[in-house]
Structure formats: structure tokens, C-alpha cells
Ligand binder design. Sequence first.
Ligand SMILES: Nc1ncnc2c1ncn2[C@@H]1O[C@H](COP(=O)(O)OP(=O)(O)OP(=O)(O)O)[C@@H](O)[C@H]1O
Length: 289
Amino acid sequence: MSTQTQAPVRRDPRSADARDVAVRLEDVSRVFRRGGEVKALDGVSLSVPRGSFLAVMGRSGSGKSTLLQIAAGLDVPTSGSVWIGDTEVSSLRETPRTRFRRDRVGFVFQGYNLLPSLTVEENITLPLRLAGTAVDRAWVGTLVEQTGLADLLHRLPGELSGGQQQRVAITRALGPRPDVVFADEPTGALDLATGQRVLALLGELVAEHGQTVVMVTHDPGAAAFAHDTVVMADGRIREVLLSPDAESLAAVLGEQSVLDAQGGPDAGAQGVPDGEGVLDAQGVLGGQR
Ligand SMILES: Nc1ncnc2c1ncn2[C@@H]1O[C@H](COP(=O)(O)OP(=O)(O)OP(=O)(O)O)[C@@H](O)[C@H]1O
């Protein structure tokens, strides 16, 4: 099952010479030194073409969330560089990096991260209002029609189902027309059917509006909605799968578990909570460990 209505640009996402690239990582490593040294990313190079939908998979502790946090400019690499469009985000100081994220990057998290006291409409337009950007009513109107929220704009998040709340989060992420949307387990809290509808919607937004999406997921069924998938292991990209279906994804992940079992499980690798979004100092939605 797939929503590949668009003919995506087929390039190996590791190659650094891709032209129209939304996000690029060059030889990125991230070492955590708290409680012993952990190399969460180990020389990762990755180019995500504009208008593509990339899934990032791999077992717990393989470096998926770290990759997402660094690619999104929420964290900086220990070495290597990260580009979003033509901006080297890894060389920006914290305040300009925060501003850059606010203006150019969208986030969708498992927990939706909507503000409970604001209506759907207020949640959707919040990033624009915080940035002092005029709300493009026509664009937001197009989005809410497409995400099926037009009749729910005056409700509070607590009055919505999980799938509806995630659709609000997706609409909010796309409101500022970001260069790229990063999604961390966006269907993790949803039942299968609702999750599939949300993923199909993300696929449509990519196909119809040329949006670039990078999504971390544990679920091969979810990754099958993306164009391409990179599989992480031990902080590296172990496999790149171009247009895989759910069966081939499951097969690769199955092989990986066998290899992992043979190599011995990494008892020290612990799942870190998915980027749980918070409002940062600028009131911008972002992830934080
Ligand atoms: N802030 C941190 N401090 C110390 N170690 C960290 C930190 N964040 C991540 N790590 C370690 O880096 C490695 C990669 O973690 P990461 O969260 O990126 O993996 P993941 O693939 O996203 O896992 P999961 O699927 O469980 O969310 C793990 O060994 C983890 O324990």
C-alpha cells in the first residue's frame, strides 16, 4: 500500500551531489558524553531531495531520533555539517538557529503538542502569529480543506479524536510553508486505520504541494507510505531502500534483527523518548529530550 502518486526523484539519499536538495548532512557525527561516551551518529551523509518523503527506520537506539533532531537544527553535530536549503544550520548560533527553525522547519510529533486552551484554528495559525508573519488565509484554507478540519476550526484539541489532533498538528506544521517537515513517529499514538489515513494525507501533501517530509518510524507499514527509506544501525545508515513496499521493508528489518541478534544486542542502547515538543524560548514548537 502506498500513496506514491507523484513520480519522486530517485537518487540515493546518501549522495551529496544531488541538486535540488532540501536537507543535507555531510559526514555528521554526534557523540554524547553524559554517563560514558555514546556515538549516536557516526559519519552520516544524507541528501533529501525537495518534494520527497523519506522514512528513517532502525531498531531502538540506532540513532533515528538523533538524526532527526540534528537534521532539523534542534541539536548540532559534534562534527560534520547540516544544511537546510542553502543555509548551514549547524554553524548557526542558538538564537538564529531557533529563528531559522521557526521560519523554515515544521514538526509533527507522536504527542501532537497542541495547546489545549487554543482552538484548532488558533493552534494552526500560532507559529505564524508568533513569527509575526501575516496568515496566508488562502493557503491555510486550502490546507484545512485538505486535512478535513474545515468544520472543526472552533473546537478545542480535547474535543477531537487522536487522528483529528494529528491532522491539526500536520496543518500547523505546513502553515508557514516550511522547507521541510520532520515527523517523529507521527502515528505512534493512533490506531492502524487512523494512522494510515494520516500517512496518506502526508503523502498527498508531499505529492500535491511538493512538501519535503522526513519521518522517523518503527513501522514498516508506515514507511511504505514514504518514497524512500533509510535504515539506521549503530549510528550509521545501513541500507537505503528506494520505493520499497511494506514486505521488502519488513524483510530488511527482519534481516537486521537477525544480524543484531548475532552481533549481540546492545544492552546499553536505550530508547530516548521521542522528541517531545515544547514551546521554546521564542514560543516555537520544537523537540526536546
Ligand atoms: N541526550 C543523550 N545523552 C546520552 N545518550 C544519548 C542521548 N540521546 C541519545 N543517546 C544515545 O544515542 C543512541 C541513539 O539514540 P536515539 O534516540 O537517536 O535512537 P533511536 O533510534 O531514535 O531510538 P528509539 O527508536 O528508541 O527512539 C542511543 O544509544 C542513546 O542511548
